[in-house]
Design a protein around this ligand. Structure first.
Ligand code: IMP
Length: 174
């Protein structure tokens, strides 16, 4: 499949994604059964993952979207903008960040730092995908769907220059 100038090949099917999300959701429900977590999906990439994950979770919870961006094309620019979207206090709340993918971990670390400053009782992360740089740097992600090598992927919310977010499967660049 071609997207702009690049060729992509299917890596993870929609069926596998669905099964993985069911198991992630059940694990999170179990861990938070006595709490009322606040889920913070990080836009844009996590919109599809967040929607499917939230449908699996049946315990009382809140959802509020945040946004930050560090990518232009297929290489992380390393230039982080600030977190926008959530302006209420997080005092005493159990926050679960929902990320599509953790690559270098820069984005996640920035978000974690900002949230701790807002008084959250606990902050954990669920990421559908985690690449090897984050693993190597020991970026803490409590719930991980799939582990990837250092490869560029798109689909299921993830984009290449704004394209491909609508695809229901995940593809990797060949
Ligand atoms: P990090 O700060 O390097 O961990 O990058 C995290 C963000 O970059 C993710 O939330 C994605 O939006 C984006 N990103 C990282 N890797 C990919 C990829 O392979 N495809 C599309 N977007 C990616």
């Amino acid at each position: 499949m071609k997207v702009k100038d690049l060729e992509f090949k299917k890596l993870i099917t929609a069926e596998r994604i669905e099964k993985k999300i069911a198991s992630l959701g059940h694990q999170i429900e179990k861990d938070y059964q006595d709490k009322v977590p606040l889920f913070l999906p990080v836009l844009n990439g996590s919109f599809m993952f967040a929607a499917d994950l939230m449908k699996v979770i049946t315990i009382p919870c809140r959802i509020s979207f945040v946004k930050i961006s560090s990518y232009a094309g297929t290489v992380s620019t390393g230039q982080l903008k600030t977190l926008i979207g959530h302006d209420e206090s997080l005092f005493g709340l159990d926050v679960v960040i929902i990320e599509d993918i953790v690559d270098t971990g820069l984005t996640l670390q920035k978000i974690m730092d900002e949230l701790k400053g807002l008084g959250a009782r606990s902050v954990e992360t669920v990421a559908l995908l985690r690449k090897s740089p984050a693993r190597e740097k020991n970026i803490e992600v409590k719930y991980v769907g799939f582990e990837l090598e250092d490869e560029f992927v798109l689909g299921y919310g993830l984009d290449y220059d704004g394209l491909g977010r609508n695809l229901k499967d995940i593809y990797r660049k060949v």
